[in-house]
Design a protein around this ligand. Structure first.
Ligand code: NDP
Ligand code: MG
Length: 388
C-alpha cells in the first residue's frame, strides 16, 4: 500500500541537479513516489530514467530529437507539458531543476496549484523574483532553495526579522589566482575546470566570471526579502562554509558541509524532515584543517558590481542582466567571443536598457526576447570585428 510517500516531480531530471536528485531519491525510495520526470534533448537518458523510476509522466523539450514511447508512461512535450505536470495536484513537491527561463512559467503554475517548490533554477528569481515570491506568499507555498548558499541560509535562519546580514560564500572559481590577462586569454576548457563543483556548463562559466555569485545575490534578496546593502559576498576557496547569517546581536550562524550538491538537494526535497539518505561520510574539522576567507576582487570580476547595481534598480534590469549574460555565455561556449567579452557585452546591454519598474510575466518574456536579439547582434559585431 502506498502510504505517506512524498509525491515528487523533477523538472530537468536529465541535468546535473536532476540526476543527483535521482541519486538522492534512490537512497530514499521508501520516502518518495515520482509523478513526473522531464528532460530537454537528452531523450535516451530520460527513457532510461523512466524505465528505472517508473513515473506516471515524462516530458521532453520542444525541440527534442524524438518522442519516446514507454508503456504505462504518458509522454508530454515542451512548455505545455511542464505546465500540465505543475497543474497536477497529486504532486506534493516539484523540484525545478531545468536551466534557464524555461523554469519560470511552470514554477508559477505549481505555486498557483499550491504545490511546494524545491527551487534550483535561479533564473526564475532573477527574472521575476517579486512576482514569484508574492504569489508564493498569497498561496501559502513554501519555496525551499537548492542552491547551496541559499539552502545554507535557509538552514541558519530561525527568525528573519532578527537577521542583520546575509553572508554568501564564493569559491572564487578557476580564475581566483589568475591575472586579468590570463582570464582574457582563457579557453573554454579552462573556464569549465571548476576547482570545487561539477555542474552544468552554463553555471560553470558563470562561476568562472563570478556572475553566478551576482545572480545569487539577487536570488538571496528575493528569497529572504533582504536589502542589497545587507548582503555580503566573501571568497572562501575550500567551499566548506556554504554561507552564513549575522544576527542583530552580532552572533553569526553558518552552515558547513562537504562540497556536494546531494546535501542541499536532499534537504530541499525532504524539508522539514532530515534523513541519512545520501550521506557518505562524517564531517571532520581536523581533516579540513583550515578555512580561508577573503574579499572578492570587484575590479577583476565586474559581474558582482553589475549584479548589485541592477538588483538595486530592480524591475526589468535583472531580466536584462540575466538574458544578456546567458547569450554571452553561450557565445563564449561556442567559441565566438572571449571570456572577458561577457562583461563588456552585459555592461553595454545594461547601459542601453531603460528598466521597466514592475513588469508582468508577459512583459518579462518580451523584454527577455528583445535583449537576447540585441545581444546576439552585438555578439555578431564583435565576432566580425575580431575576424578583420
Ligand atoms: P544542466 O544544464 O546540467 O541541466 C539542465 C536541465 O534542464 C536538463 O535536464 C535539460 O535537459 C533541461 N533543459 C534545458 N533546457 C530545456 C528546455 N528548453 N526545455 C526543457 N528542458 C530543458 O543544468 P544544472 O543541473 O547545472 O542547473 C539547473 C538549474 O539549477 C540552473 O538554473 C542552475 O543555475 C541551477 N543550479 C545548479 C547547480 C549545480 O550544481 N549544477 C547549483 C545551483 C543552482 P537536457 O539535458 O535533456 O537537454
Ligand atoms: Mg550556488
Amino acid at each position: 500500500m502506498e502510504t505517506n510517500k512524498r509525491k515528487i516531480s523533477i523538472l530537468g531530471s536529465t541535468g546535473s541537479i536532476g540526476t543527483q536528485a535521482l541519486e538522492v531519491i534512490e537512497k530514499l525510495d521508501d520516502k518518495f513516489e515520482i509523478i513526473a520526470l522531464t528532460g530537454g534533448n537528452n531523450v535516451d537518458l530520460l527513457e532510461q530514467q523512466a524505465k528505472k523510476f517508473k513515473p506516471k509522466y515524462i516530458c521532453v523539450g520542444e525541440n527534442a530529437p524524438r518522442k519516446p514511447e514507454i508503456s504505462g508512461v504518458k509522454v508530454l512535450c515542451g512548455n505545455e507539458g511542464l505546465e500540465e505536470i505543475c497543474s497536477n495536484t497529486e504532486n506534493d513537491i516539484i523540484l525545478v531543476a531545468v536551466s534557464g527561463k524555461i523554469g519560470l512559467r511552470p514554477t508559477l503554475k505549481a505555486i498557483e496549484n499550491k504545490i511546494a517548490i524545491a527551487l534550483a533554477n535561479k533564473e526564475t528569481l532573477v527574472m521575476a523574483g517579486d512576482i514569484v515570491m508574492q504569489k508564493a506568499k498569497e498561496n501559502g507555498v513554501k519555496i525551499v532553495p537548492v542552491d547551496s548558499e541559499h539552502c545554507a541560509i535557509h538552514q541558519c535562519i530561525k527568525d528573519i526579522s532578527q537577521v542583520d546580514k546575509l553572508i554568501i560564500t564564493a569559491s572564487g572559481g578557476p580564475f581566483l589566482r589568475k591575472s586579468v590577462e590570463e582570464m582574457k586569454s582563457a579557453t573554454v576548457a579552462e573556464a569549465l575546470a571548476h576547482p570545487r563543483w561539477n555542474m552544468g556548463r552554463k553555471i560553470t562559466v558563470d562561476s568562472a566570471t563570478l556572475m553566478n555569485k551576482g545572480l545569487e545575490v539577487i536570488e538571496a534578496h528575493h528569497l529572504f526579502n533582504m536589502d542589497y546593502n545587507n548582503i555580503d559576498v566573501v571568497v572562501h576557496p575550500q567551499s566548506i562554509v556554504h554561507s552564513a547569517i549575522e544576527y542583530k546581536d552580532g552572533s553569526v550562524i553558518a552552515q558547513l558541509g562537504l562540497p556536494s550538491m546531494h546535501i542541499p538537494i536532499q534537504y530541499a526535497i525532504t524539508y522539514p524532515e532530515r534523513f541519512e539518505g545520501i550521506k557518505s561520510k562524517s564531517f571532520s574539522f581536523a581533516d579540513i584543517a583550515r578555512l580561508d576567507f577573503e574579499k572578492p576582487d570587484f575590479g577583476k570580476f565586474p559581474s558582482l558590481k553589475m549584479a548589485y547595481a541592477t538588483g538595486k534598480i530592480g524591475g526589468s534590469a535583472t531580466v536584462c542582466l540575466n538574458s544578456a549574460n546567458e547569450e554571452a555565455v553561450f557565445a563564449f561556449l561556442n567559441g565566438k567571443i572571449r571570456l572577458y567579452d561577457i562583461y563588456s557585452i552585459v555592461e553595454t546591454m545594461l547601459e542601453q536598457h531603460s528598466a521597466v519598474k514592475s513588469p508582468n510575466i508577459d512583459e518579462i518574456f518580451a523584454i527577455d526576447k528583445e535583449i537576447r536579439l540585441k545581444t546576439q547582434e552585438l555578439i555578431q559585431k564583435i565576432t566580425q570585428t575580431s575576424l578583420k
